[in-house]
Design a protein around this ligand. Sequence first.
Ligand code: MN
Ligand code: MN
Length: 326
Amino acid sequence: MDSRRTKLPDSRVTPRFAGLVTFGRYPRLGDVDPADGPVDWAIYGVPYDTGVTYRPGTRFGPRAVRDASQYLKAYSIEHDVDLLEAFCMADAGDAPVEPYSPRGTLDAVADFAADLADPGHTRLMAIGGDHSVAYANLRATHHRLGLPTEGLALLHFDSHLDTVDEVWGERHGHASPFIRAIEDGLVDPKAMLSIGIKGPLNSRRDLDYARDQGVTIVTADQWRTDGQAHMDRYRALVGDRPVYVTFDIDCVDPAFAPGTGTPSVGGFTSAEALSAVRSAAGLRIAGGDVVEVLPALDVAQNTALLAAHIAFEIIALDAVQRGVGR
Ligand code: MN
Ligand code: MN
């Protein structure tokens, strides 16, 4: 009896390097048999990079992450959960984008994501794309949860705060998703933890908005010395509130994740990044994204492969909290 809720091709019949590519080799959303129960996680791509401020190319991120994810396996040793048994997961394809229109794209992505699968049940995992797309997936997630006034808690991994008001006259670039999300009430800044922030920044004023709003900032160095204590405090702060996890791959050192547009030296190793996400076990996960993979600058698929595994680790947090897949 097959206990997997996500049905994959048998890799001894159809090898991992054969067949059409979906995230994790999961079925396409439209191919999930309703008899198998509701879809727990819908993974979708956002092939968009008009929001970048430096090196472009993350529009090719979703394809690269899907390709690298063919070698994603199912069982987490650290959490003792099997994601294929825990959840029905599906690849919902790519959101529509309007490459010449940041606002148009974010509206289109949010509308697409708002209706995916079962809005009352299915969690959303967006694969970027530049970090501006987090705003759209946050908006869809907030809408689907039906939180009229309360903002989501936000667990944010990044080298940058992404709370810049505007760049070159644009208010929805990849430096701005969280100032917009806070302004729109999608995120509660007092329940926002930003991990991996590092300098040099443009100026000390770059920190002002986040600090004034009550965001907790943990630099990469602070995380290395005292990470677990910061996470324990955050767990106590948010309790069972829904937490959205956003992961900008540039929090990882360029030596491990070279394929990204705004690299920042002194970042996490791949192992530190995986451990940091795993340390959030116990939080109630509302959705997430993994963004800023730029395949043209990647080496040996390192960045895309890590991104696929970060998405896996975020979804695994949900399995841990719900006590499924054990
Ligand atoms: Mn960043
Ligand atoms: Mn970012």
